[in-house]
Design a protein around this ligand. Structure first.
Ligand SMILES: [Zn+2]
Length: 259
């Protein structure tokens, strides 16, 4: 493999028969692997390609086995592997219609270098920024060339695992969570997280204000995750939440964004 990530650091948690949570210190992704195929939800930074490939290998599949990539939202830490899979293997990449411009980077609802510099004095921010900079591989705007708006059948996305999309906008305009109802698992992207290197908090929480396109909307839309009935929640950052999804939502809703 390349020399961009000599020590791929990740951990794979099997959270149900068919769902695997891949945790890294920077960002997480989720792999569904069943008889109907393999779906990847989010895909890490460009510089985490080796970890992505190794995580698929640990689950028993190869990159070209991935039949669909779902993107919760078009931020660089969730898009990198999708760009590579689309360019290298022609893997279809899907996102909510309202999120397609972010995934193609014709719209950028993401904190930029100036936002980061303004907050660099805060605990953890400088170290976080130094750690992620090389993972961008010089492309702070990785763009997926072709993105398909979610196509649904009976309220489910028509990809392996047939997850149910739930619009939880605010972090970005088309941010989407995916409920794998048969597995009892809810993948929430950055609608809320359980840990981030720029936050002193642990447990369900909103990311710091600077990372949201619209924090108030992000907070309001959290309520849509309550009725999911899921018993496991997989966030974009931090550890899996093992317990009722509504309890995690209650905690995140009641917690102020750390800054
Ligand atoms: Zn993120």
């Amino acid at each position: 493999m390349g020399d961009h990530d000599p020590k791929p650091a990740f951990r794979v948690d099997r959270v149900s028969d068919r769902l695997h949570f891949v945790h890294t210190e920077h960002v997480n992704w989720v792999v569904y692997s069943g008889p109907d195929g393999v779906t990847l939800v989010d895909s890490g930074y460009a510089g985490q390609r080796d970890a992505l490939v190794a995580s698929l290998d640990a689950i028993g599949c190869r990159p070209h086995d991935v039949s669909a990539v779902l993107i919760t939202h078009g931020h660089a830490d969730h898009l990198g592997g999708a760009v590579w899979l689309a360019e290298r293997f022609g893997t279809p990449v899907h996102a909510h219609a309202a999120e397609v411009p972010n995934v193609q980077r014709t719209l950028v609802e993401q904190a930029g270098p100036v936002d980061v510099l303004r907050n660099v004095w805060r605990p953890g921010v400088a170290r976080w920024a130094m750690a992620i900079l090389p993972l961008l591989e010089g492309r702070s705007h990785p763009a997926v060339p072709t993105v398909r708006p979610l196509s649904e059948r009976g309220g489910m996305v028509d990809v392996p695992g047939r997850p149910r999309p739930i619009a939880v906008e605010g972090h970005t305009t088309g941010h989407t969570a995916f409920a794998f109802d048969d597995e009892g698992v809810l993948v929430v992207g950055d609608a809320f997280v359980t840990r981030h290197r720029t936050s002193p908090l642990t447990g369900p929480q909103l990311l710091p204000t600077v990372f949201h396109h619209d924090l108030d909307r992000a907070r309001e839309s959290l309520a849509r995750l309550r009725p999911s009935g899921a018993r496991v929640v997989l966030p974009g950052h931090g550890e899996a939440w093992i317990g009722p999804a509504d309890a995690a939502v209650d905690i995140a809703s009641a917690t102020d964004a750390p800054w």
